[in-house]
Design a protein around this ligand. Structure first.
Ligand SMILES: O=P(O)(O)OC[C@H]1O[C@H](OP(=O)(O)OP(=O)(O)O)[C@H](O)[C@@H]1O
Ligand SMILES: NC(=O)CC[C@H](N)C(=O)O
Ligand code: SF4
Ligand SMILES: [Mg+2]
Length: 446
């Protein structure tokens, strides 16, 4: 996952991009970057680390102009290195361009191989770089036509924002895997991965960019919409389960409300006699409230999260993930001692978190630990922007529910069913659930 933000016709655009990215930090912790334009030239700063580590007042002041694009990165392709930070910037025959991308291109290697054969020299290992090459090599006269021509050659998941010196373009793939919304800020426009970014900078939500739609922002004109591809919606349901922030509305619905609904469904499907419902913070909290409301079992914050540690799932190495779970989560002994707990988390991916948590809870004297997961078992990898690339890494692809229960050491373990998940989203069938049901909407070419 990554986050993208774009601002057009907003004075000091880079500063707004910075604040926007700050509220989108949960979508990527590896690298951050902003490119701005004053109409004559594009300026860019990017680096490894969190938004606050990459930027300071001096750096932001140098990013002049009233348009900007920004990115926080969690790599799905390429490397976790400074070279592979976004925006990707290039000079080419039409001028200068900067691109930010959330998603993952499923034919990236093939396109890259062909481009290299034709003489292209790649600067990064990122799938996103293909796009810049395709735009630069196009023979069309206008950037707008070149973007469309490039889009016709890429496949997979993309919520993209492209910045030229004078224009901005926002586009979502025909499946709409990743969210992308637009808002009004003063006389200008903001495009961002999640609406929580709008709240922070005081922008007013207008609408979502539609699957397959390209929106062009140009000075003195209203944004122009072109439906480049026929929409075939397969919005990522895992955005609701885990990735997005609860205070965001994505794909037209509030994340917090849906997470609570998942918790309620889970309580109906898998009730258990217990003394308290305890969430695994952060993303287990909303579904635990739902479970507690439905079951009538009191909700207790039995596990406290250290807020100076980020998300563990998106850490690239296992050793760091292991360490971070312990640094991050610690139970309140006095609350849980001698008690029967229903512990709610949103997902078990590799099993790192659940195993550690059950262990510590038992060590601290919990009488019973009943693990309840507000999503179905994650049995398949994601090729569309979530970094679960191999089946081997996914505990549910190797183990049955009973084997997983034994592995994590819980007294019982149950997952929300696929039907239960669908009920929580109002039986809307326009979601991708491939990592749970194996129905991949876009086949992986390599
Ligand atoms: O089985 P695992 O491989 O451990 O992955 C699953 C865990 O990772 C995520 O939490 P994370 O710490 O990333 O973020 P959160 O604070 O938003 O819940 C998710 O909410 C689970 O708790
Ligand atoms: N998680 C993402 O959205 C990643 C975007 C892009 N594929 C990259 O690797 O940088
Ligand atoms: S495979 Fe899973 S994580 Fe990937 S887009 Fe589909 S629902 Fe989302
Ligand atoms: Mg978690």
């Amino acid at each position: 996952m990554c986050s993208v933000i774009g601002l057009f016709n907003v004075p000091e655009a880079a500063k707004y991009a910075y604040f926007g990215l700050f509220s989108l930090q949960h979508r990527g912790q590896e690298a951050a970057g902003i490119a701005s334009s004053d109409g004559e030239k594009i300026y860019i700063t990017k680096g490894r680390g969190l938004v606050t580590q990459v930027f300071d007042e001096t750096k932001l002041t140098k990013l002049i102009g009233s348009s900007a694009v920004g990115h926080t990165r969690y790599s799905t392709a390429g490397e976790d290195s400074v070279l592979d930070a976004q925006p990707i910037f290039a000079r080419y025959d039409l001028g200068q361009i900067a691109v930010v991308h959330n998603g993952n291109l499923t034919n990236a290697k093939q396109v890259r191989r062909e481009l290299i054969k034709e003489g292209a020299i790649f600067q990064t290992f990122m799938d996103t770089e293909n796009l810049i090459h395709l735009i630069a090599r196009s023979h069309k006269e206008h950037l707008y036509d070149r973007i469309i021509e490039a889009l016709q050659q890429i496949e997979g998941a993309y919520s993209l924002i492209l910045l030229s010196r004078k224009k901005m373009f926002a586009v979502r793939d025909p499946y709409g895997f990743r969210p992308l919304s637009m808002a009004k800020l003063g006389d200008g426009w903001v495009v961002a991965s999640e609406t929580c970014a709008f709240d922070l900078i005081g922008a007013e939500y207008v609408r979502d960019i539609r699957p397959g739609e390209l929106v062009v922002f140009e000075e003195g004109k209203e944004p122009r919409s072109i439906q480049v591809f026929e929409p075939t919606p397969h919005k990522c349901i895992f955005e609701y389960i885990y990735f997005a922030r609860p205070d965001s509305n994505i794909f037209g619905k509030n994340v917090y409300k849906l997470r609570k609904a998942m918790g309620r469904e889970l309580a109906k499907e898998y009730p258990v006699e217990a003394d308290m419902v305890v969430p695994v913070p952060d993303s287990g909290v909303a579904s635990a409230i739902g479970y507690s409301e439905e079951s009538g079992i009191p909700f207790e914050l039995g596990i406290i999260r250290n807020h100076y540690v980020g998300r563990t799932f998106i850490e690239p190495t296992q050793a760091i993930r292991d360490l971070k779970v312990k640094m991050k989560l610690n139970p309140i002994k006095n609350v849980i001692k001698g008690k029967r707990l229903v512990v709610i988390d949103d997902s078990i991916v590799r099993g790192t978190t659940s195993k550690k948590i059950v262990n510590i809870l038992k060590d601290f004297g919990a009488k019973e630990v009943h693990m309840r997961i507000s999503a179905p078992p994650t049995t398949g990898p994601c090729y569309y922007g979530v970094d679960t690339p191999t089946k081997e890494e996914l505990i549910s692809s190797r183990y049955s529910v009973e084997e997983t229960r034994k592995y994590i050491g819980a007294d019982t373990l149950a997952y929300l069913s696929i039907d239960g998940l669908l009920r929580s989203v109002g039986n809307d069938l326009s979601y991708c659930m491939a990592c749970f049901d194996g129905n991949y909407p876009v086949p992986l070419k390599e």
